[in-house]
Design a protein around this ligand. Structure first.
Ligand code: 2IT
Length: 446
């Protein structure tokens, strides 16, 4: 049995965490060419075994007082997966679907994504099963303060640097940073990213994930002799990542015709543009469903459905959450003649669907490359905090664009070296993996 299969079998025998296993299987099964080449070395240092076991997993109780004076209890998590390349780095997710499996898959993916950015960041993820929807401002603040009362001892600008993810935006980051500052009694704003501009945040950080994904697609399209201009985009979600993608797609002359929420999707034939994109921010702040968009702009609303395969277009961009695209969706996407799928959410495609899309010749930009712009600008926020200065919008945007081009170039180099054709999925996994493995070997066994 090959080293990869051996490690996979072992993990499957020991773990039953569906999302984590899915992510591990997806990455490991694409490492064949590089692992064959260096099998002896990787085996000697147990690279695959060590890369699939987090450095540590912290689980804690978060008790807080609701507006009625009752005590509520949630679970808090921080999975510090790997710090071979730099301090642990990755977002916090507040969502009822959060569990250890979800945290582990996200932290695992983050390790390779952060490696692709070429900035010095290891991989981590954290969060809580706390549901911000329907909570008052006071409840959210008290929850964040309680959460930080435990988290603070595990993080620091040189050790572990959280940020936002689903359910954690600028407001929550502000409360979390305020609580951290009060506990440690010092102004160390490099401890968290996604901060507001007035206390050490970076310009372009809110837009970064969406901008980065579109810059990455622009690179892909260049190779195909195509451009964003004139293309029709099928998006899901309506949160931060969808918003940033809409802004950049519009700027470059594309048209976004679908958005979705937990309640269904909308079809806007005219395109989501102008003040409609601003309305997404309001919808997000109020945590409305996507029906609010249909009600306000009088466009068709499809309750409890996903947009995949229902609407014609050139590019599909899942921007909401994991496993949004299953095998039936993948078949519908192929049937519709979609040429590009850009994963902007983390692991939005199930493994069988991913395989099917690639086999059918769809150009698939995997999330760990396509959505790396978010954490890349977090890395740039850390640089600015260390330097104690702030770069202009243009400076940050240019660095972001260069990072996305560089990720595409790294993937191309790997595809060429290992004769993979133009396989962005395997290319991204191998490129992300090689750097982490090299650093782990250099740093010795622990
Ligand atoms: O999934 C992600 O890359 C993020 N949620 C951003 C992480 C970060 O540290 O900015």
């Amino acid at each position: 049995m090959s080293y990869i299969s051996q490690v996979l079998e072992n993990i499957k025998a020991k773990e039953n965490q569906a999302e984590f296993l899915q992510a591990v299987e997806e990455v490991l099964s694409s490492l064949g060419p590089v692992v064959e080449e260096k099998e002896e070395l990787y085996k000697k240092y147990a690279i695959l075994e060590r890369l699939t076991e987090p450095d540590r997993q912290i689980i804690f109780r978060v008790a807080w007082t609701d507006d009625l004076g009752n005590t509520q209890v949630n679970k808090g998590y921080r999975v510090q997966f790997n710090n071979a390349l730099g301090p642990y780095k990755g977002g916090l997710r507040f969502h009822p679907t959060v569990n250890l499996s979800v945290m582990k898959f996200l932290a695992f993916e983050q390790t390779f994504k952060n490696s692709l950015t070429s900035l010095p960041m290891g991989g981590a993820k954290g969060g809580s099963d706390f549901d911000p929807r329907g909570k008052s401002d006071g409840e959210i603040m008290r929850f964040c303060q309680s959460f930080m009362t435990e988290l603070y001892r595990h993080i620091g600008a040189q050790t572990d640097v959280p940020a936002g993810d689903l359910g954690v935006g600028a407001k929550e980051i502000g409360y979390l940073f305020g609580a951290y500052k009060r506990i440690i009694g010092a102004y160390e704003n490099g401890v968290i990213t996604g901060k507001g501009l007035s206390y050490g945040g970076s310009l372009i950080r809110p837009e970064a994930t969406g901008f980065g994904a579109v810059y990455f697609l622009r690179e892909i399209m260049k190779g195909q002799g195509e451009e964003i201009k004139g293309k029709t985009f099928i998006l899901s979600g309506y949160g931060n990542v969808t918003w940033g993608s809409c802004l950049k797609i519009n700027e470059l002359g594309g048209k976004v015709v679908t958005l979705s929420g937990h309640d269904g999707f909308i079809y806007d034939e005219e395109g989501v543009k102008g003040e409609k994109v601003e309305f997404l921010e309001e919808m997000r702040a109020k945590r409305l469903g996507i029906k609010a968009y249909a009600d306000k702009y009088g466009v068709p609303f499809y309750p409890n459905q996903k947009p995949w395969g229902k609407i014609k277009g050139d590019v599909v961009m899942p921007c909401a959450t994991q496993n949004e695209i299953d095998i039936e969706d993948a078949k519908a996407i192929v049937q519709m003649g979609i040429k590009y799928v850009v994963e902007v959410a983390n692991m939005p495609t199930k493994n069988d669907a991913l395989k099917y899309l690639v086999e059918k010749g769809v150009i698939l930009a995997p999330s760990k490359a396509a959505n790396a712009g978010g954490v890349a600008v977090s890395g740039l926020e850390m640089s600015q905090n260390s330097l104690k200065l702030a770069w202009t919008k243009e400076e940050v945007d240019e660095k972001l664009s260069n990072i996305m081009v560089n990720i595409h170039n790294q993937i191309l180099a790997v595809c060429q070296k290992y004769n993979l054709g133009y396989d962005l999925v395997r290319g991204a996994n191998i490129a992300g993996f090689e750097k982490v493995a090299e650093a782990m070997i250099a740093e010795g066994v622990y």
